[in-house]
Design a protein around this ligand. Structure first.
Ligand SMILES: [Fe+2]
Ligand SMILES: [Fe+2]
Length: 199
């Protein structure tokens, strides 16, 4: 799905669907981090005004997602607690940075956009799995995750398109996406299946 090389382990689906409250808590933090990541990236793209603007719009949409997850937590009477470590995202960024050949600002930004594309793709895959797993027990929550799937799939495409716009070299960006996908798969194979969005 969306360029992902490996599927999520079914044990994650089992854990996530039996600990939905913990997933939602982590999910809220993911949306907030997605918004702040898009904003900080936009500040690094000032030489590419269209890219910077698209990232600000993406940040605004992630903030709306954040508010909606907060609404869901409130509906369930759950108070937001400090975030758990997101080893998946941190390790993905570390491994991608280690594999980077070019050192220009654009090389760094292109990698960050491609990492963003992969994180969106993985979130999509997991939202779909979670929606299917809870559809009978919690149809409203399943509908929410189905709706987010559509938005995050679009973000996946947006990140890739923005990397293309900066690089103006489609074969190079596609080749780098293949490398980043392989790195993402290597990180996913080491996940323990905790009931968090990237567990
Ligand atoms: Fe989002
Ligand atoms: Fe997103």
């Amino acid at each position: 799905m969306l360029g992902l090389e490996v599927d999520t382990d079914p044990r994650w689906v089992e854990a996530a669907s039996t600990h939905v409250d913990r997933v939602l808590m982590d999910h809220a933090h993911c949306e907030m981090k997605a918004a702040s990541n898009a904003l900080s990236l936009s500040a690094r793209c000032l030489a590419h005004p269209r890219v910077a603007r698209a990232l600000v719009e993406l940040a605004e949409e992630e903030l709306r997602h954040f508010r909606r997850v907060l609404d869901e937590l409130e509906r369930r009477g759950i108070a937001l607690e400090p975030p758990e470590e997101d080893w998946y995202a941190a390790e993905l960024r570390r491994r991608v940075a280690r594999s980077r050949r070019g050192l220009s600002t654009d090389d760094v930004v292109i990698d960050r956009l491609l990492v963003g594309a992969l994180i969106e793709a993985r979130s999509c895959e997991r939202f779909k799995l979670l929606a299917a797993a809870v559809s009978e027990r919690e149809p409203t929550l399943a509908a929410f995750y189905d709706e987010l799937f559509v938005d995050e799939a679009r973000h996946h495409r947006t990140f890739f398109d923005l990397a293309l716009e900066i690089a103006r070299d489609a074969p190079r960006v596609r080749a780098r996406l293949v490398e980043v996908s392989a790195i993402e798969a290597s990180v996913v194979r080491e996940l323990g299946g905790a009931p968090t969005i990237h567990g």
